[in-house]
Design a protein around this ligand. Structure first.
Ligand SMILES: NC(=O)CCC(=O)C(=O)O
Length: 275
């Protein structure tokens, strides 16, 4: 399969955790005629993005939100990148975790955000995920009928080494549930996604929550899809909505053959190693 039809849902985040999933379900019903293969949701799509909320909304893998997402994937026979949600482990540690489910509703990927978003921009955005979250420590790549895909969460995508390791493991598409803000969004969002696509000659899909100016953290929105050539296939505004693109996965091979950046790396001079 070389043509992947992907729908990116830029959703609003409601205070009621399960209402966010019911709303995603209604949007999937509305998409039925579109015959999409993959649906992507935003970072923390079922939890208003505020550090005190993470432990309150967190559930273990297999909890009610996880189960409802698995069921949506199964019911609609799609791959579902279920954004991210707060996950709690047996020791009570809380993570920002992204799950992907296959068409049978089986979990095929899990990524715990590895780079916690702790920033303090003078006169701008301040945030400290590490107040309540623990970082993951894995590079996440998974198999689909369309080939391998990579998965990371928002701030993770700023670290070129992580995306490169995904590509070294075979990823041709990288999924990024994300939620940039009103300081770094206008400055860095688009250029970052284009850079990562160019560096890695891969499709990149960044899915963000719709903007809610009354929330404690204001999302930039602007969900974006970029091709391996660095073209923006589509970018949304700040409103709630859905964007559908058909990704021709043969394009990755064509770009990598014609402009062989990955082959031209001087691995005798430098290399990247996963610990
Ligand atoms: N949720 C996040 O990780 C936000 C990342 C972000 O805004 C950035 O500038 O990086």
């Amino acid at each position: 399969m070389t043509k992947l039809r992907a729908a990116m849902l830029q959703t609003r985040v409601y205070a009621d955790k399960m209402e966010n999933i019911r709303e995603a379900g209604r949007k999937l019903e509305a998409l039925e005629a579109e015959q999409v293969d993959l649906v992507t949701l935003p970072e923390m799509f079922n939890c208003p993005y505020q550090t005190p909320n993470f432990p309150v909304y967190a559930e273990p893998q297999g909890g009610p939100a996880w189960t409802a997402c698995a069921e949506l994937a199964r019911k609609h026979k799609i791959y579902l990148s279920a954004g991210s949600m707060p996950e709690v482990d047996e020791a009570g540690r809380v993570y920002n975790t992204a799950y992907v489910f296959d068409r049978q509703g089986r979990q095929i990927a899990k990524h715990r955000k590895a780079h916690l978003f702790d920033i303090d921009v003078k006169g701008g955005q301040c945030f400290k995920e590490s107040d309540t979250l623990t970082a993951g420590d894995q590079v996440t790549v998974f198999d689909t009928e369309f080939g391998k895909m990579g998965l990371c969460i928002c701030y993770d995508f700023r670290f070129p080494e992580l995306a490169r390791l995904m590509v070294e493991k075979g990823a041709k598409v990288i999924l990024v549930p994300a939620a940039f803000n009103m300081t770094t969004g206008p400055a860095h969002w688009e250029i970052l996604f284009r850079c990562r696509a160019l560096d890695n000659q891969a499709f990149v899909l960044g899915t963000a929550p719709a903007r809610d100016p009354s929330s404690g953290y204001t999302s930039w929105g602007h969900s974006i899809a970029v091709s391996p050539w660095g073209d923006i296939l589509g970018q949304m505004d700040e409103q709630e909505g859905c964007m559908i693109h058909t990704l021709d996965l043969e394009r990755t091979g064509e770009v990598r053959d014609q402009l062989p950046l990955l082959k031209h790396r001087r691995t005798d001079m430098y290399h990247l190693e996963e610990c």
